[in-house]
Design a protein around this ligand. Structure first.
Ligand code: ADP
Length: 201
C-alpha cells in the first residue's frame, strides 16, 4: 500500500482534488471528515465534550452543535485547548486505524491522506506518507472561490485564508505541487501529471 499526503490551504481545492483522485481509483481519507465522525453521538470524544461543555452544545437531534462549540472556544483559549486535546488524538487514532485496516484489506491501494495541517503538525512522519502533495492557489484566488462558490463573505474568507500557515511554508514541504489556478479541466490535467510523476494509478 502506498500512502501519499495531500494538503493545501482553505479554498485551495483539496476537496475538488480528492474527488478527482477517487475517480482515478485512489482511496481518499479526509481528515476533516474523520474529525466529524469521531464526535458523532456514542463516540468517546462526543461523551467527553458533552461532559465538559454541557448540554448547551448538543443539538436537537443529539448531535454536537458545532456553531455553539465554536462560539465557546473562539472566546476562550483554554476551552479551545481542551477541545483540541480531545479531538486531535481521536482523529489521529482513527486515521491510523483506517490505514491499518486498508493495509490488510487493500494492500495494492494508493491512499491519499488529506490533512489540512499535514505539514504544520508533522503528520507526514506520523502517518508514514512517502510524499507530500500540495494543492496550491494564490491566496487572492482562494478568497475569490470561497466567496463565489461557498457563499462566505469576503471578510470571512480573507480572515480564514490569512489565519493559515504561509503559502511559502507549505510549498517548501511539498514533493509535488498541484497548481489549481486554472479551470477544472486544467486541474484534472495537473492531478494526472502528479499521479504520473508519483508512478501511481
Ligand atoms: P478546499 O477543500 O481546499 O477548501 P475546495 O475543493 O472546496 O477547497 O475548493 C474551494 C471552492 O472552489 C469550491 O467551491 C470549489 O468548487 C471551487 N473550485 C475548486 N477548484 C476550482 C477551479 N479550478 N475552478 C473553479 N472553481 C474551483
Amino acid at each position: 500500500m502506498r500512502i501519499i499526503g495531500l494538503t493545501g490551504g482553505i479554498g485551495s481545492g483539496k476537496s475538488t482534488v480528492e474527488a478527482i483522485l477517487a475517480r482515478r481509483g485512489a482511496v481518499v481519507i479526509d481528515a476533516d471528515r474523520v474529525a466529524r465522525e469521531v464526535v458523532e453521538p456514542g463516540k468517546e470524544a462526543y461523551r467527553r465534550i458533552v461532559e465538559h461543555f454541557g448540554t448547551a452544545v448538543v443539538g436537537e437531534g443529539g448531535e454536537l452543535d458545532r456553531a455553539a462549540i465554536a462560539r465557546v472556544v473562539f472566546a476562550d483559549r483554554d476551552e479551545l485547548r481542551f477541545l483540541n486535546s480531545v479531538t486531535h488524538p481521536a482523529v489521529g487514532e482513527a486515521i491510523l486505524e483506517r490505514l491499518g485496516e486498508l493495509s490488510r484489506t487493500r494492500p495494492d491501494a494508493v491512499v491519499f491522506l488529506s490533512v489540512p495541517l499535514l505539514v504544520e503538525t508533522g503528520g507526514a512522519e506520523r502517518y508514514g506518507t512517502e510524499a507530500v502533495v500540495v494543492v496550491d492557489v494564490p491566496p487572492e484566488l482562494a478568497v475569490q472561490r470561497l466567496v463565489e462558490s461557498r457563499g462566505m463573505t469576503r471578510e470571512d474568507a480573507k480572515a480564514r485564508v490569512a489565519a493559515q500557515a504561509p503559502r511559502a511554508d507549505r510549498l517548501r514541504a511539498a514533493d509535488h505541487v498541484i497548481d489549481n489556478s486554472g479551470n477544472l479541466s486544467a486541474l484534472e490535467r495537473e492531478v494526472d501529471r502528479v499521479l504520473a510523476a508519483l508512478g501511481a494509478l
